[in-house]
Design a protein around this ligand. Structure first.
Ligand SMILES: *Cc1c(COP(=O)(O)O)cnc(C)c1O
Length: 468
């Protein structure tokens, strides 16, 4: 059945018009792909031409707060709602401002990976995680099925809750925890034919756990299942897991990507195609997973990002590469100071050569488009670290309470230095046993180093620790 037989000439006219637009967009994207990371981050898809011809010359992408799109006539409406032409239709389905953010994130995450990508932006990081995993947790047979998935236990507290309560307790889906995600044998031992995907977070919040991204991807693919990785703490400026075989990358845009701290958001970016053995009638499921999510589960479940938040993220990420470089350098100085401090018995930071996972992280964490003068990329490890204060847990609380510049909040990824005690905040709900397994003791302070002068942050830490 051809489109011609099914649709009126009026609808066909719109389809032809859309084809021309899509060819032009493809050519435009091919040109963008030749640009460097920073240039893509600054401009994304928005051109001077578009500014002048469509947006009164506005140099910044326009903010479309409208909930819905109007159509010229019934033919255009039919073509749009049958997905025959690009359309945004309704802000729960898509939005022109969010569109710019989706494209730029897809391009940055796919940068120099050798793969095309697609991206869907969501209201929060948790929404992106839910959308990523749910599509693989569907029944495949009539009879009883014991579905499982394998995940590192060293993950964000909210993700741990989502997996252990929403999936395991409420839906009876077995979550098989990997305790040492750098140990490939442990991953291997947990997989069977009912495993739907592997999930990891690297570097993990707060422990700085890390996995061998390539080996875990290869293992997943040998079972014909995808590897999903939450790479919020790295951002595409420091690591692009798709280059090593990861199928789906998750970001909480709320964190370093929108470091200004004014917006919530999440992103799901998929490689084209992904590896999965799940049967799905829609070819997009495999070929362009993020687009599939956007057209269907996202539309039906309603986790759309607000366009305003999308614009905040878009505006903050223009300088992502230089920001992650700078914040990583500040963190390195702070971590080195803390590791020498008599009141501190352990510092977990991937950038410290003494940290057990340093060598593994060094294979993956590099500042994109950097050069050390010898043709190698420069190593950078992000701005999240944690340290453990000597003595009973009250000591950690006392030092924490004495911070003068560093803010006490359950937040991270900020341009401002922020600290928390995970055991009484982000990881409170897990309970003591799970915290012990995940190595989150009450002596641990998580610190996300901001863009202040590092000397001032070091002085603040020193006075707080010396108050003990
Ligand atoms: C914060 C965070 C999330 C959740 O993101 P929200 O935007 O808060 O929903 C997921 N993963 C990691 C690593 C995070 O730090």
């Amino acid at each position: 059945m051809s489109e011609k037989q099914k649709y009126t000439p009026g609808v066909m006219k719109y389809i032809e018009e859309a084809k021309k637009f899509l060819i032009q967009r493809e050519e435009h994207i091919a040109r963008i792909k030749k640009l460097k990371f920073d240039t893509i981050a600054v401009h994304g898809l928005y051109t001077a031409e578009e500014a002048l011809n469509q947006n009164q010359g506005a140099v910044i992408e326009p903010l479309y707060l409208s909930t819905a799109q109007a159509y010229r006539d019934s033919d255009e409406m039919e073509a749009a709602l049958a997905h025959l032409i690009p359309t945004w239709c309704y802000t729960r389905f898509a939005n022109p401002t969010t569109y710019y953010l989706e494209w730029v994130l897809g391009l940055l995450e796919g940068y120099k990976t050798g793969y095309d990508t697609s991206c869907v932006v969501t209201a929060s990081g948790m929404a992106a995680i839910m959308l990523a995993v749910d599509s693989f947790l569907v029944k495949q047979n009539q009879g009883p099925e014991r579905i499982n998935f394998v995940s590192s236990i060293q993950i964000y507290g909210g993700t741990f809750q989502h997996f252990s309560v929403r999936k395991m307790k409420e839906r009876g889906i077995e979550v098989r925890w990997v305790h040492d995600q750098e140990d490939i044998e442990e991953w291997k031992a947990k997989i069977d034919e009912n495993t739907r995907f592997l999930f990891s977070e690297a570097p993990s919040n707060p422990q700085q756990a890390f996995c061998d991204v390539k080996t875990v991807s290869d293992l997943a693919h040998s079972w014909e299942i995808p590897f999903i990785i939450d790479s919020t703490c790295a951002t595409p400026a420091l690591m692009r897991p798709i280059a090593y075989g990861a199928d789906i990358v998750i970001h909480s845009l709320t964190k370093s990507i929108t470091s200004g701290g004014l917006a919530m958001g999440g992103a799901l970016i998929s490689r084209k195609p992904i590896i999965t053995k799940i049967k799905n009638d829609n070819p997009l499921f495999k070929e362009s997973f993020a687009e599939y999510i956007k057209f269907f589960p996202y539309r039906d479940n309603g986790p759309a990002a607000s366009p305003m938040n999308a614009l905040f993220a878009l505006n903050d990420l223009r300088t992502l590469r230089s920001k992650m470089d700078f914040l990583s350098q500040n963190s390195q100085k702070v971590a080195e100071f803390l590791s020498q401090h008599p009141r501190v018995y352990q510092v977990d930071y991937l950038g410290l050569p003494t940290f057990p996972l340093h060598a593994l992280a060094k294979r993956y964490m590099k500042l994109v488009d950097s050069d050390d003068g010898k043709g190698n990329e420069i190593y950078r490890y992000g701005h999240l670290l944690s340290f453990r204060v000597d003595g009973p847990p009250q000591n950690a609380r006392k030092a924490f309470d004495n911070f003068k510049i560093i803010l006490r909040a359950g937040d991270l990824g900020r341009i401002k230095s922020i600290a928390t005690i995970p055991a009484i905040s982000t990881h409170l709900q897990q309970g003591e046993e799970a915290r012990e397994k995940a190595d989150v003791p009450p002596q641990m302070i998580r610190l996300c180093v901001g863009a202040e002068d590092p000397h001032d942050i070091i002085a603040d830490l020193d006075q707080a620790l010396c108050s003990l």
